[in-house]
Design a protein around this ligand. Sequence first.
Ligand SMILES: Cc1cc2nc3c(=O)[nH]c(=O)nc-3n(C[C@H](O)[C@H](O)[C@H](O)COP(=O)(O)OP(=O)(O)OC[C@H]3O[C@@H](n4cnc5c(N)ncnc54)[C@H](O)[C@@H]3O)c2cc1C
Length: 481
Amino acid sequence: MTSHSPDLNVARRAAELRRAGDEPVDVLVIGGGITGVGVALDAAARGLSVTLLEAEDLAFGTSRFSSKLVHGGLRYLATGDLATAKESAVERHLLMTRIAPHLIRPLGQLLPFAPGVTARQRAAGSLGMAMGDVLRVRARTPRRFLPPPRLVSARTAQRLVPALGHAGLRGGMLSYDGQLADDAHLVVTVARTAAGRGARILTRVRALELRADGATAEDVLTGERLDVRARAVVNATGVWAGSLDESITVRPSRGTHIVLDAADLGDPSAALTIPHEGSISRYVFALPQQHGRVIVGLTDEDSPGPVPRVPVATEGDIAFLLTNLNRVLSAPITRDQVRGSFAGLRPLVDTGATSTADISRRHLVAVSEKGFINVLGGKLTTYRRMAEDAVDLAVDTAGLDAGPSSTASLRLTDTAVAVRPGVERGQVTRAHIDFAVRSEGAMTADDVLDRRTRVGLVDADRERQRAHVESVVAEILSELS
Ligand SMILES: Cc1cc2nc3c(=O)[nH]c(=O)nc-3n(C[C@H](O)[C@H](O)[C@H](O)COP(=O)(O)OP(=O)(O)OC[C@H]3O[C@@H](n4cnc5c(N)ncnc54)[C@H](O)[C@@H]3O)c2cc1C
């Protein structure tokens, strides 16, 4: 196989865009979220020629608004969805041990036995964690990657999460799951890995119409139309899938997180898992992050109507999260301590269920009436399996000459240590901006602030650095063009 550079930038985009209308490619992918870039990588790794079109920037949609957990499917066990739970555990295993050990760490998650958590909730939560560990064992994930769950004392619980209330605290149950340093970074890394295998990754190109053998698209920057011909076409546009295939009804569900200063929770070293009041299957999580932040999520709200470009958290969502978090803290977190918030739309396939929380998280891969393939649903953790299924179907349907998927053992490309997204104290350095623009396809200051680093999650940090980032981005872009 010819080797290509994984670097994405405006010069490469311009050159590849000029050739996009020439020869037909084997696989045309629409959408540059985790699903689309996963499909592009799976196909390119089989030696197929690939073009991917993304209307905005990589990770512009739902993929950057997740809880950033690579989870073993505990939550699906709770709803009786064993197949999804098993699939999650297997994919978590592959991601943590082979594909992306450099991007994922084990994260302790504490279910506190606090006065706000009933005996039934403690028992159900502990049983779920034990069952989740059976999935870990069956997926053969060693304990050194994910230690098994264990009971901890009140003292240990408070050491892990210092903001927990002491009165009546009876310890807790501690279990482990995978945590991504950053979800948008995973998307960009998968895209770079695909580009390293020859895939053309074209951002700011919107597909207007899909067919079995190609798409009509528009370069968003110039308004120019182009026709891309392909042997197989895969629609991986998430919540927007219905805009390219009217036979699909997506039922978006809004998931909101709030961003807090980790210091306000005593700089926790483990996540908190708090059952919703009166529930044994739904939880609010407080998850420690980079930049000295904690994100608290998440809601599951039906969000009908036109799909917004960027969804917004409501005051109701924020109040709900604070109320649940405060049930177990010694001193409540107030609204003015909330540093930022973000919301994402789950691309759930409409099944007629009464609540979006009851719709299966398993993915859908199917040939549409027009002959292209739709891949939808699932989650970040299972992107590789979704991609494998979609490319298998593309190979079968279009009779492509390709072997089986090789992504289960394909390690994602690495990023120089100096520019990993762990931007200390929310400070974007020149090295970060340089790498983002020359190698990660960033084209604007927003791309850098919101998707190559996550400084933009806190408005005050974003505004403080905007002018600096804008001027460095402009300088590097002029060197590249
Ligand atoms: C709040 C929340 C928390 C979550 N937490 C987790 C978690 O912790 N772990 C986990 O595993 N999963 C989690 N998930 C699920 C996971 O985030 C999603 O399943 C996944 O990100 C969906 O990715 P996608 O690529 O299918 O969609 P998207 O990321 O939305 O990508 C679709 C892309 O298509 C592009 N597009 C749209 N129309 C066009 C067009 N016409 N032409 C070209 N491009 C187009 C969009 O710009 C977008 O970039 C969470 C989801 C939510 C909402």
